[in-house]
Design a protein around this ligand. Structure first.
Ligand SMILES: [Mn+2]
Length: 195
């Protein structure tokens, strides 16, 4: 079973993550940050990765630690569930349109974390959510998940749409990358023999 449970507690946040890479996109995400829950739900739904997340953080400061640390824990869970990465497709890509917004994601489950981030969210806030936290989440997720993650905005003027298109684009690319390739199900997809 390609599943993982991660529990992470610091002075700033307390987070548990449960995922199943071979799921149906079922989700139950409660982080105390409404817009972020909405984004995590998109990530699960469109990657078909089952995802249950519980987070509590130091909201009296702001949502920064909660969002960043959820990215860390989710990245750790992904790496753990992938294990030796035998049989996976490894790469994924997606152009995701949402109304005015279009976001492109290309990713490699390489174990070489690298984030290319080319999004400009025109407003500082979406509701009470700080838009700069979208990048913080994906920085943490790529670092701890071992993902080469390129995210580029091609169009868009509505912050909610741009952010949501980014989460959906990553989700859809992730769906392809974690999938098992039946033509090479017993091999690690690298000429090095390890990922
Ligand atoms: Mn929405």
């Amino acid at each position: 079973m390609r599943t993982a449970h991660v529990s992470r507690k610091t002075a700033e946040t307390e987070i548990t993550v449960d995922i199943n890479l071979d799921g149906t996109g079922a989700y139950d995400n409660q982080t105390g940050v409404g817009f972020f829950d909405h984004m995590l739900d998109q990530l699960a739904r469109h990657s078909l990765i089952d995802m249950t997340i519980r987070a509590k953080g130091d909201y009296h400061i702001d949502d920064h630690h909660t969002v960043e640390d959820t990215g860390i824990a989710l990245g750790q869970a992904l790496a753990q569930a992938l294990g030796d990465k035998k049989g996976i497709r490894r790469y994924g890509e997606c152009h995701l349109p949402m109304d005015d917004a279009q976001v492109r994601c290309a990713l490699d489950l390489s174990a070489r974390p690298f984030l290319i981030w080319n999004l400009e969210l025109p407003t500082q806030k979406i509701g009470t959510f700080d838009t700069e936290l979208v990048r913080e989440f994906f920085q943490a997720f790529s670092t701890h998940g071992g993902i080469t993650l390129h995210v580029d905005q091609l169009h868009g003027f509505n912050s909610h749409h741009i952010a949501e298109a980014a989460f959906k684009a990553v989700a859809r690319a992730l769906r392809d990358a974690v999938e098992t390739d039946p033509r090479k199900a017993d091999a690690i997809p690298s000429t090095k023999g390890a990922l």
